[in-house]
Every structure is written in structure tokens, then in C-alpha cells.
Design a protein around this ligand. Sequence first.
Ligand code: CAA
Ligand code: NAI
Length: 732
Amino acid sequence: MSEVRSPVESDIMAHYSRAAGHIGLIRLANPPVNALSSAVRHDLCRALERASADTGAKAIVLCGENGLFCGGADILEFSKKTGGPALVPLINAIEAGEKPVVAAIEGVALGGGLEMALGCHYRIAHCQARLGLPEVMLGLLPGAGGTQRLPRLIGFPAALELITTGRHVSAEEALTLGLVDQVTDGDVQEAAVKFAQRVADEPLASRRLSTWKPPCPADLDTLLQGALGRLQSRARGALAPVACVHALQAATLPFAQGIEKEQELMATLFSSPQARAMQYCFFSQRIVGKWSLAGRANWKNTPVRTVHRAAVVGLGTMGRGITVTLVRAGIPTVAMEMDRGQLQAAQQAVTAMLEREATKQKRSLDSYLQLVQFTLERRHLQDVDLVIEAVYEDLALKKRLFSELCAVCRPDAILCTNTSGLDVDVIAGTTRRPEVVVGMHFFAPAHVMKLLEVVRGPRSSPVAVATVVHLGKLLGKVSVVVGNSPGFVGNRLLKPYMEQANFLLEEGATPEQVDGTLEEFGFAMGIFRMSDLSGLDVGWRVRRESGLTGPAVRPEESPRHRLGCRYCPLADLLCERGRLGQKTGQGWYLYEGPEGRKALPDPWLHGFLDEYRRQHALKPRRIDQQEVLERCLYALANEGFRVLEEGVAAGPEDIDTIYVLGYGWPAHMGGPMYHVATVGLSAVLTRLEHFHRAHPDVPQLQPSALLRHLVAQGSPPISKWRELVRVQRSQL
Ligand code: CAA
Ligand code: NAI
């Protein structure tokens, strides 16, 4: 072994002991998730040696301490040079052993943890356990035999789906798939010991998955081609899903050859920038959970109120999804609308959504419906612990509603607004209890998207923030605490990004060209296709209200300038012509009809752009992909630096999490802040300076003070930025 380990018992990370009835018991002990660090692998080898040498033990149970089997390889060690035995031979040794090994799975068996369980001869799971091979989410593939053993055990199509999506399955589904041999709702270790006693004398040869015949479905090529097509449209440019498919293809070879191919593909992924970016995303999503506010309140020391009963007010696009999310998490919910017609429509839509959930979760629709109370009456809000307001984006309406909520709800009820960008403090100011008001910004569709921006107004109390973050976790969301700035973080950064895309059209680009470049970069959808999907009228309404367009504009003002800054009226002109995007069948693209989904290039739009440029004496030029990316993405990240400077977000990880989970930024590119750190801050600064010189009337291209400061500091790594910005003023 390459390292010397302390012999102190409490340091040992895989304990060997004897259970009842001649069964050896190996317990992994590496909190919090029993990750297979080099020390764990070392101790596991020792424990296996002891178990096989123990003549009193006829079979072995492998389990984890603290209610959890194993969360896989230790991701923290990926960036370090560590020793210890490799996982593949270790798993091979478990499988090749002469005594049956039963994996007792509770909590989770993920990644290398599940691969280890696949090396065992039997698997028993607790009914609440989750199993999966999520390596693809880290830019990797299951590189400890998972791509070879899983398809042998559960068949090619199911293995392909699990490995390329990284989806976790429940114990019940695992049993149906044949991934586990038994599910118990009792003590899984006890069940595994009993099971081990039963199989102790059974022949083992047929239990070694590596000896099973390679799966060779007749329609293998079709399966693989279909998977590759789907993966490339879902995560364009991502290497890991494609490598997963190739590794699975190698499962049709004899085991040793398949493993060789798996290792080869894993080696390429392991050192790839994409894997580093995705691992950064993994840790970022954990860092954002450790929020702290000005003063001493933080995620550790702030009490959380339990939400026994919630309410959603306004059941349109967002309110419906939010209701489903609450009900799915088992929280009784009052769902309120303003009139009977809207209530009926919402009730129908929510019921249909819950019906789909019930089918997916194999539950009865009634078990969900009994948790929702549809109502028009305010008095039903009297006993709720938390309200989420999702009425129209209209400040006057929201102010009125919050003063009513304050009158009707319990004094300790937390009052949340799902506004996409209005001032949370102004809304809070209409109540007598601004401390209970917090922004709870969901993303559409609210029952699908994992992101929640938790907006802390200057008067929101730490308990209110902590309660909302905690609720977010119960709802399966990743909560990012942000300050109360117009558009918060996500929508604030979207503005300069969208503006640059619009300016590029004025200068000679087409929507297809801009979108094509962004999609090649990895976005699921370019900015113009995305705007068509959300509806061009959303931004138009905001611009009208803020006086950028519409009757408030003075006739003598240039259509291409507002308050001395460059302005692009193209989107307004489309809206004025009734081209609102997919909903009207026309926007930046042409659709087959209203609500059509397929975006087709629109010759009318091209003519309209030509005419517009002629009218404004704009000489179109050829714009290359590099410029499209730099203008759009650097402007976005530049605003990200401003958000950090102002303390609206606590660190780059917060911004990147928001963009990856809420705005379709490709996870394999880390996020906007990670991207500019990878390009090099100094190079980004030079390009922004260049663009700002060329477009002096675009303030968003002016490099932010923080970017300059970081470059002056020698461009410290992104992991250090959080510390550096902490010294500045915080709005959190
Ligand atoms: N390695 C190192 N640290 C890990 C880890 C891992 N595999 N899994 C979780 N952690 C850490 C987290 O970073 C977090 O640390 P901090 O408290 O310092 O922030 C802590 O464990 C708790 O994690 P969560 O906050 O995520 O806790 P949770 O209860 O919400 O979720 C979990 C637990 C489901 C296991 C989740 O952490 C998870 O999904 N982990 C990753 C699992 C995974 O991807 N495994 C595959 C690893 S790659 C592999 O195994 C390669 C191979 O084939 C050889
Ligand atoms: P929507 O127009 O689909 O629904 C609003 C609903 O509120 C309607 O059903 C309306 O009948 C109801 N309503 C209005 N006044 C009411 C009152 N006094 N009492 C009870 N119900 C009332 O709007 P949408 O899109 O769901 O947006 C709601 C909020 O969520 C807005 O603040 C919006 O900015 C925000 N948001 C919207 C997103 C989106 O993609 N649509 C994304 C994130 C936030």
C-alpha cells in the first residue's frame, strides 16, 4: 500500500466484525456519505482480507454507517494525487471471493458505491434507498465496471437510460429492474445478515456478473443511435454522455475487453476540462447552501420554522407549478385565485399535472388531491405558515395583495413573492411586518426547474430566509440566496446578454446565426429561440412600464438611444406588429402556427432587418462566431462581477449555479463566471476594453471594477473570489 495508516480503531474507515450466525460484517465509516476515498479503499482491502481469513464467517455483509451505504468515489480527491488501491481491482476481488458478499443498501448507493454493490453477489435495499450511476453529471462515466456489469444485470436499454441520465432510482424500481434482490422496510443490516445466512452455502459462480454473457440486443445499433441523437440535443457538445454510450457498446465484448475500453474512455474524461467544470458545478451547488447574512446569521445558526401548511395566491403559469411542487412534497396547500372562472381553469390544470405525477410516482391521485384546497376565500389563509404570491407582475397589485395578506395571515406567517424582478422591499413596505417578507423566485416550469432564487430584502429576517431555503430543499430545489436588486441575479445578467444579441442583429447578424453559435457553445436554446418561447411581450411590458418604449418616449428622442445609451428597438417593433413569439406563431422565427414549437427561419424577418438597417444607415458586416460569443457572454459575466461587487450574490458559485440550473447554461462549461475564469480574466478584460472602445455608448461593455481588481491581483483562481469580494459591502 502506498500510505501508512494510523492503527487507531476510531480512524479505521472500514470496520470488520462478526454478526450473528457466522456472518462477517464490513461497515464503511467515512461520514458524511462514506465516499470511497483512498483511505476507505485501503481499509476495505484490509477488512476483506480479514473477512476471507475468518474461518468462522461463511458469508459477508457489506454496509455503511450512519444510515447510508456509499455515495461513490471521493470527488474531492479527483483533483489531488492520491494513493490507495484502485477501485476496479478491489471490486473484482469482492466478486472473485469465495464467500458470498451481500450489499446492505440504505440511504444511497451511488456511482462507485453502486458499482461496488454490483461486484457483490447479492444486493438488498431499504425501501427508501436510492441507487444510481450519476457519474455523467460529473463529466465522467461509471469507471469501476459499472458500464459492463449493469447492462449484464438489467439489460441494455435500462442500463443505457440510467447511465446516460445519471438518474437515481428508488428501491422499488431497482427491484423491478432486477438491480436488487430484495427490498425491506425493516433494518436492512438485519435483513442482509439473515439473507447471507440463507445463501452462505449456495454456489457462487452464477452470481458473478462479470461471467455473465454479454448482452447483445438485436436492435443495438438503433438503440445506440437513438441515444446519441437524444443526448446531443439535450447536452450539445458534452463528452461524457457520448463516452457512456461508447463504453456501454463495449459491454457486448468479453468482460475484460469491455473493462479495458471503459478505462480508456474514463481516462480521457477524467482529465477533461468538461469534467472539471461539472465537478465545480457539483461543489458550487453545495457551497450556495452555506449562506450567511450581514451580521452573524447563517445557515448553521438560524432556526427554521416548519411549514405545516402553505398557500399559493394566483394560479397562472407559475402558481400552478408551485402548487404541484408543494403537494408533491406532501405539504397541505391552499390554492387561491381571484374569480371562479380562473379558479376552475386552474383546478383542472393542477389536477391534470398531479395526475401525471401520480402515475409517475405510482401513487393514487387522491393522495395528492386531498392535500390541496382550491378556494377564492381569503379566510382560508388564516392558518397557513407560509404564502407564495404568484399574481401578475404588477407592483400596485402586489402591494395591495401584501397589505391584505398581512391583515389576514397569522403574524408569524412568512409572506413570499414570486416576482421576477420587482423590489421586494417596496412590497414588504406595504405590510406591518416587513421582516416576514422574502422573495421566492421560481423558474418556469416551476415543478420541473431545480433553481430557486431566495431574495433577501433589507428587512427580511434571517428566520424567514432560513425557512424559505429549507422549504426549497424539501421541494427538491437548490436555493441561492441573493440580494434585492432589480432582476435579482438571473434576470439582471440576462439583460446585457440579450442587449448584445439584439445589437448584433443591428450590426448584420441574424437570429439563426446568433442562436446557432450559442447552441454550439452548449446552450439548449439560443437567446432568440428562448425569447420566442417565453413570449416577447414579457420584456416589452417591462420596457413600457419603465418608459423605454411606448407613449412615454419623447418624439424627439432617437429610436436607437435612451438616456444617452445605445438602445435597440427591434423587439418592441416585433411586439407592435403582434409578433409575440411561439404563442402567436411568429416572433424572431416563424412557427407552424400559434403555439407551434419548431422554429423556422423567417424570410419576412430577414427583409425586416435589412429594411431596418437601411432606415438607420447601419452598414451590415460579417460577424464571426467568436464575436457573438464574446459580446454576449462577456457582457453577461461583466454584469456578474458587478453583482458580486455590490454584494447581490455572495460568490461566483452562486451566479454559476443560477445560470446552470435556471438559464440553460451548459453544466459542462461550468457557468458564466467559471467560463471567464477559464478563458483568463486578463484576456476577457482586454476584449471588453476593445468592445467598449468600439461601442462607447454601451455601458455594460465597460469592464467592471471587480474584474479590473482581480486582474490587478494576478487573476486569482475562482475558488478565492468569494473571500476577495466578502470584504466589500454586502446586500445579503
Ligand atoms: N465525494 C466527496 N464528497 C461528497 C460526495 C462524494 N462522492 N458526495 C457528497 N459529498 C459531500 C458534499 O460535498 C457535502 O459536503 P459539505 O457538507 O462539505 O458541503 C456532503 O458530502 C453532503 O452532501 P450533500 O449536501 O449533497 O448531502 P445530501 O444528503 O443532500 O445528498 C448525496 C447526499 C445524494 C450522496 C449527494 O451528496 C450526492 O449526490 N453525491 C454525489 C454522488 C455521486 O455523484 N457519486 C459518484 C461519484 S463519482 C464515482 O463514483 C466515479 C467512479 O465510478 C469511480
Ligand atoms: P399568469 O398571468 O400566468 O398568472 C397570474 C395569475 O394570478 C392569474 O391566474 C390571475 O387570475 C391571478 N391573480 C391576479 N390577481 C389575483 C388576486 N388578487 N388574487 C388571486 N389571484 C390573482 O402569471 P405568471 O406567469 O404565472 O406570473 C406570476 C408571477 O410570477 C409574476 O410576478 C411573474 O413575474 C413571476 N414569474 C413568472 C415566470 C414565468 O416564466 N411566467 C417565471 C418566474 C416568475
